[in-house]
Design a protein around this ligand. Structure first.
Ligand code: C2O
Ligand code: CU
Length: 479
């Protein structure tokens, strides 16, 4: 097991039992400027953040506008987002708007859709938000270290008519590998991480803080937007006696349902919107536990009921979100493509099925392969070229011993089958978690022209070759 570095919340907090105020747990919000006003400035730079409660000192991080997470960008569906990204780091960077169906040129992928923003430089990102939902932003340049040091923030697109709740909360979950003195361990790019489950840390934060308790009120209905900003950690949250209802996945509405096995699964880069009725009594508390890694369960946070009650009965307000304008794939006409994933420790390839060319590439430091190829260079030949407007099914075959959250840029896709069984909700996602040895089928309309990344969002897997490009060809796309 690779999680030997995980220490429990109790150990992390051995001395400080600080009560975390609600206000401190919300990132600063920004409203978007109108088209004629100045854009919102988002500056990436080194700084410090109080990840650990008092009396511990701050941690050196890289953050946006001096905070981790960066400011919450919050707009209404259909609004134009205009952000001037400034690079205050000592190396090039970009901003990728994860899950937003932007025009290709605004996608923030270095050497594919833009050059990195140079040190001291800036770049205006400008695009509309076609879908309401929970999204996020992060660099796409040397992501393992840039995201791993704290560069990320929430991007919330509100529905024109949101569902009724008492509070709308965002929890950006992150996992840090901290040294004993509370600084970020500098072993980025470790081959061991790359060949196993990625850079798993030992300290989990919610909105940039190791939380102890969060106040709730009896009878309150909360919309909780979970965003997994960790490089590699998968969360499986158990809300104790509460009954969370999943209402959106990766920003896209889904038929409201209880999570499988009552555990809310959130792989890296994925988002889950929950509606939770706080059914406990004043003065009680309920523990949220992360149970994903067996024998390494830990208490994430306690939800503590305030002494007064908000209401007596569970409200009967609808939880169904209005659908976003996504093109429905034509399943009769859809073209099927097989995509096989190999690599990593303990996979079939290691166990004797190894093919010469992959073993050769492994000697060069590549660990993961999509259809036999590890992507390394800056320029990549497309894995697939799809004519714009056509429907496709990707039959993804995970022949590895590891989970992989596979992300496609510029599109949302329906997850239609797992191991040959149709999925119950045919959920729209932009990042789908494949379990070890699992086969997952996704379907989508290739309707957004350009060259789009398709990669594992365990950032160390991505860096070790687990990425490719899918080209949506408008007929005029230059090659
Ligand atoms: Cu969240 Cu290719 O990125
Ligand atoms: Cu992976």
């Amino acid at each position: 097991m690779t999680l030997n570095r995980l220490i429990s919340r109790r150990q992390v907090l051995r001395t400080g039992a600080a009560f975390t105020a609600m206000s401190a747990l919300s990132p600063a919000r920004v409203a978007m400027a109108g088209p004629t006003e100045d854009p919102f400035v988002l500056r990436a730079a080194a700084g410090q953040a109080a990840l650990r409660p008092a009396p511990y000192g701050p941690t050196n991080v890289w953050g946006y506008n001096g905070s981790v997470p960066g400011p919450e960008i919050r707009v209404r569906q259909g609004d134009r987002i205009r952000v001037l990204a400034r690079n205050g780091l000592d190396e090039g960077t970009t901003v990728h708007w994860h899950g937003i169906r932007t025009p290709n040129a605004m996608d923030g992928v270095p050497f594919l859709t833009q050059d990195p923003i140079p040190v001291g430089g800036d770049l205006l990102y400008e695009f509309d938000a076609p879908d309401a939902g929970t999204f996020w932003y992060h660099p796409h340049q040397r992501s393992s270290e840039q995201v791993g040091r704290g560069l990320y923030g929430p991007l919330i697109v509100e529905e024109a008519n949101p569902i009724r709740v008492d509070r709308d909360l965002t929890w950006m979950l992150d996992d840090w590998r901290m040294t004993g003195d509370g600084q970020i361990a500098t072993d980025f790019g470790s081959r061991h991480d790359a060949a196993h489950g990625g850079r798993i840390g030992n300290s989990v934060t919610i909105n940039g803080q190791i939380p102890e308790r969060i106040a709730v009120r009896s009878g309150e209905r909360i919309r909780l937007r979970l965003v997994n900003a960790a490089n590699a950690r998968i969360f499986g949250l158990d809300f104790g006696g509460l009954a969370p209802v999943v209402v959106a996945l990766d920003g896209q509405p889904v038929a409201p349902h209880a999570p499988d096995g009552d555990v809310v699964l959130v792989g890296p880069a994925m988002r889950v919107d929950l509606v939770i009725d706080m059914t406990g009594k004043p003065g009680e508390s309920v523990t949220v536990t992360d149970v994903f890694y067996r024998d390494l369960e830990y208490r994430l946070v306690d939800l503590a009921y305030e002494p007064d009650r908000l209401r007596d009965a569970v409200p009967d307000w609808s939880m169904a979100l209005p659908p976003n304008p996504l093109a429905e794939p034509d399943m009769q006409a859809a073209k099927r493509h097989r995509i096989v994933f190999n690599g990593g420790m303990m996979g079939q390839m290691m166990m004797g099925g190894g093919m010469g060319s992959m073993l050769e590439q492994m000697r060069e430091g590549n660990m993961w392969f999509i259809n036999g190829e590890a992507a390394t260079g800056h320029m990549m030949d497309p894995l697939l070229v799809l004519p714009q407007g056509t429907s496709h099914v990707l039959e993804m075959d995970n022949r590895t011993a590891w989970h992989h959250p596979m992300h496609l840029h510029g599109h949302s896709f329906r997850v239609i089958a797992r191991n040959g069984q149709p999925t119950r909700h045919r959920e729209w996602q932009d990042t789908v978690l494949m379990a070890p040895e699992e086969r997952v089928e996704i379907a989508f309309v290739a309707d957004n022209p350009g060259d789009w990344m398709f990669h594992c969002h365990i950032l160390e897997h991505q860096a070790a070759g687990m990425m490719g490009v899918i080209r949506v060809d408008s007929g005029t796309t230059k090659t």
